[in-house]
Design a binder for this molecule. Structure first.
Ligand code: NGF
Length: 291
């Protein structure tokens, strides 16, 4: 079994102007993550992959392309979560057959599910496959905010091996680290990689590593080596960049920056907005400033 620790890009997907998957561009993004960013892994089908706007067939095609391009050169985690539990189970089986190293699932969203329903959702998905599950906790988008003891209930299933922690609650992060030393924790906010690493996360999964993976690596390695002052310098530059990216539109701007780097990262899928000329011009300035 492959070690799941390390730095992961939450894989961006290239779409053409009509919103169809641009396979050639997607392969280039994957290659850039392998050859230039030197990521330890890819998190496929996450928020960054615009996954919740895609059909089941499109999700499958992206999982196939990512595996075919990456082969065994880095760790692959597939995000299969959905409010459609049957779809999640179908995707979990699909990616397990493809050879993905682990699966992940966002907490079910939109409806106010009870914790027992959430627990049943996770146990159903992971019970259907011979694989490992990483919980995807992102309360600010899902509204699902779980307590330490609820994480403990989910972790009592040995196939649930970790959590992608996209929240800024560092008290809860510290409690999870202390209470579950054998579970994997991934930092989900790239702008907080340094403090999360100090608290002992095993890795990180994020959107900005698609373009800024080298700085992410520096922060992660420096912080693990207790070189906090040096790590903070890189985090400061990274956060200037992330602030500029967020101001200009998150996923679109990362795609435009990749285009400046020669990668055919394409467009976002509607309802995400089309690029405006101002946004494109600003992305060129951002690229010149940081790369
Ligand atoms: O894009 C979001 C939504 N969060 C990502 C990451 O946690 C999502 C984060 O990298 C992810 O891994 C996924 O695709 O599933 C941010 O984009 C970044 O820290 C900038 O705020 O919030």
């Amino acid at each position: 079994q492959r070690d799941l620790k390390g730095l992961f890009s939450a894989l961006l997907v290239s779409f053409d102007e009509q919103g169809n998957i641009n396979e050639k561009g997607l392969r280039q993004i994957i290659r850039y993550n392998i050859d230039v960013n030197h990521m330890d892994g890819l998190y496929v089908g996450g928020s960054t992959g615009e996954n919740f706007m895609l059909s089941t067939d499109e999700k499958k095609r992206i999982f196939e392309i990512a595996k075919d391009e990456a082969k065994d050169s880095l760790t692959l985690i597939a995000q299969v979560g959905s409010v459609n539990l049957k779809e999640s189970v179908e995707l979990a089986k699909f990616v397990t057959d493809l050879g993905y190293d682990a699966i992940s699932a966002v907490t079910p969203f939109y409806y106010k599910f009870t914790f027992d329903e959430i627990k049943n959702y996770y146990n159903t998905i992971i019970g259907a496959v011979d694989n490992r599950m990483i919980i995807y906790s992102i309360p600010f988008l899902t509204g699902v905010d779980m307590s330490l003891s609820q994480f403990g209930e989910l972790f009592s299933n040995p196939k649930i091996v970790g959590v992608k922690f996209t929240q800024a609650d560092f008290y809860l992060l510290e409690r999870i680290r202390k209470t579950f030393p054998d579970k994997l924790i991934y930092a989900g906010f790239d702008e907080m990689l340094l403090p999360a690493t100090v608290l002992g996360v095993d890795g990180a999964i994020g959107s900005t590593y698609n373009i800024n993976g080298r700085r992410g690596r520096q922060i992660f390695e420096l912080a693990k080596a207790q070189k906090i002052t040096e790590a903070l310098e890189v985090q400061h530059v990274t956060n200037d960049l992330i602030t500029d990216i967020l101001d200009n539109g998150l996923y679109g701007t990362i795609k435009l920056l990749l285009q400046e780097a020669g990668v055919d990262a394409g467009y976002c899928r509607e309802p995400m907005k089309k690029y405006t000329p101002e946004m494109v011009a600003r992305a060129k300035e951002i690229y010149k400033k940081y790369f």
